[in-house]
Design a protein around this ligand. Sequence first.
Ligand code: ZN
Length: 361
Amino acid sequence: MAEKKGFRAAVAIPLMLVCFLIGVAAGFIGAAYLTYNESSDVFTDGDVQIHFLELGNKYAGDCIYIKAGDNDILIDAGSRTGSVPTIKNYVDQYCEDGVLEYVIVTHAHQDHYAGFATSENEDSIFDLYETEVIIDFSMTNQKSTSYMYSNYIRERQDEIDAGAVHYTAAQCIESGKSVFELGDGISMTILDSYYYYNESDTENDYSVCCLITHGDRNFLFTGDLEEDGEERLVEMNDLPEVDLYKAGHHGSKTSSSQALLQVIKPDYVAVTCCAGSPEYTDTAANQFPTQQFIDYIAPYTDKVYVTTLCVDYDSGEYTSMNGNIVFISGTTLEVVCSANNTLLKDTDWFAEARICPDAWK
Ligand SMILES: [Zn+2]
């Protein structure tokens, strides 16, 4: 199932030293951007850059912008329609031609597709960019009459009429067009998933899952796929160990199952959520990122980053935790966050709200 990283033991110590030095350097760079010149927070190096965006509100939601070779890729555009200007301002720092070569819409939940599903008199991501290829979910429980879903269908059709090529994830698999070459040694693979073809009680399971590969590095994105879907994902794909895993379902206890983690053994994890928010539950341990998620992930890595922190949900107050989380894959793999590079386990929120697992002590 898993391969790569055969070099581990022999180079572990020098590698740790290099990682430490990179970490220190990245910390300096991150601090410099924040303190002195926020507008210079634009990365020009790295063959692949993966950006987990803060979305400018108190809600959990996904929007992942990826620069891979000459390709601009957007996975989701949550978390509310009001996030569209935030997303545009961010993406325009990197995407200069107004073209998104690939847009992936994982599933029909507001916190993932709101930015594609605006009303007719509001700009959607599809209105603001020319999209070449749209890959989206094959299944949904949304009714065609639902306001947001019908907006999505209209906005998507407008983009198709303007020239975008559209595949559902199932069509990618069934037509054998599931691997997209993005540049020298860079590819994107739409993974196969049981719930591309079968009904589920939860919309989350319909999530489009993809793997981006850069040389021997792997980056995994599973949307909000839940435990049963993850188990089937492992069965249906020859998943490698991954350098980066986007925490499934915002660090919910319904995802990041042992079945998945023991195969992918992530080195880094990015959680897109508003930490400690009661958006979905008042049970503190189950608020994102959940205690179970932390316990499950801890044996593999302590390099867990979280976009946003909930300060006061009722008043709508939130602040950056790591902020925008950026992974730069060039000669090395670096992490630079817009607010700070503090690991989740070293944050004040973690000390107050979570029980530290043994692996992190
Ligand atoms: Zn979600």
